[in-house]
Design a protein around this ligand. Structure first.
Ligand SMILES: Nc1ncnc2c1ncn2[C@@H]1O[C@H](COP(=O)(O)OP(=O)(O)O)[C@@H](O)[C@H]1O
Ligand SMILES: Cc1cn([C@H]2C[C@H](O)[C@@H](COP(=O)(O)O)O2)c(=O)[nH]c1=O
Length: 238
């Protein structure tokens, strides 16, 4: 029985790696698949993993109709047993509904991969529809970690290394392994800092997400001899 499965987790937890591994395993057994992605960090029409793997994929656009694409490929004689759908958080609700129809009416497995929530902790529309419609939601076993060592559950956005909670929902970017030096003026008022913005992401545990305590802020607190686990300033969650 074909399934719609949503593999979800924070940024940098291995979703694209798993997507490419699943494609490899299924195609090695003679199954035919189509790979899709949208806004991959490495550019258009590709699924890329931080482990170095990358494979060509069909770029999903606002106009993409998954149903039409699957039917067209099958009518052309291609074997289509499964779809790999990376960065599925960026798909529209309508596109996710097309994926569900493909499972139910064409018997094609759909394996979707994506982050559930954005930098404000709000569900992406595509992810919300996947959670509503999927046969199964799989949480990845490899956990990204917060700077404090706890399991990371939230995706924070940083501007010049400082966590922000306002801005556009979609800004393609990567997790920062080594952040730029923070502007001390910007630490508690990043939106007013005015410098040319360098946007990055950081995975945090809920405690540190809610306290807006990214790695740089924590380092600064430690420098000042304060405990970053207990936020000294009142930074209410929006
Ligand atoms: N140099 C490395 N050595 C070992 N594992 C790595 C290396 N770089 C990245 N990884 C692994 O790859 C994971 C990120 O995989 P990726 O598929 O790009 O994540 P996602 O698609 O979820 O953002 C990291 O959590 C880490 O486990
Ligand atoms: C939290 C968040 C992320 N994004 C972007 C940043 C990346 O380009 C992708 C996630 O990719 P990954 O393979 O899971 O690392 O999503 C965004 O646009 N908005 C956000 O709030």
């Amino acid at each position: 029985m074909a399934e719609l499965v949503f593999f979800s987790g924070t940024m940098d937890c291995g979703k694209s790696t798993l997507a490419l591994q699943m494609d490899y395993n299924h195609s090695a057994r003679g199954r035919g698949g189509i790979l899709f992605s949208r806004n991959d960090r490495a550019g258009e029409s590709v699924i890329s993993s931080r482990l170095g793997l990358r494979t060509r994929a069909v770029e999903v656009r606002d106009t993409t109709d998954f149903w039409e694409e699957a039917v067209r490929r099958r009518s052309a004689g291609d074997r289509v047993d499964y779809l790999i759908c990376d960065e599925a958080q960026f798909y529209s609700e309508e596109q996710v509904e097309q994926l569900a129809r493909i499972v139910d009416e064409l018997g094609i497995d759909v394996f979707a991969f994506g982050i559930a929530t954005d930098f404000r902790t709000k569900l992406f529309p595509g992810s919300q529809r996947l959670i509503e419609l999927a046969d199964r939601i799989e949480v990845l076993q490899v956990r990204a970690l917060c700077w404090c060592g706890r399991r990371a559950t939230h995706n924070a956005r940083t501007v010049n290394g400082v966590m922000v909670v306002t801005g556009d929902q979609v800004v393609v970017g990567d997790v920062e392994k080594r952040s730029p030096e923070p502007d001390p003026e910007a630490l508690f008022a990043p939106e007013e800092a005015g410098a040319a913005p360098v946007v990055g992401y950081e995975t945090l545990c809920r405690r540190h997400y809610m306290r807006r305590m990214g790695a740089q802020q924590a380092a600064r607190f430690k420098e000042l001899g304060e405990d970053p686990g207990v936020c000294a300033v009142d930074t209410p969650h929006p």
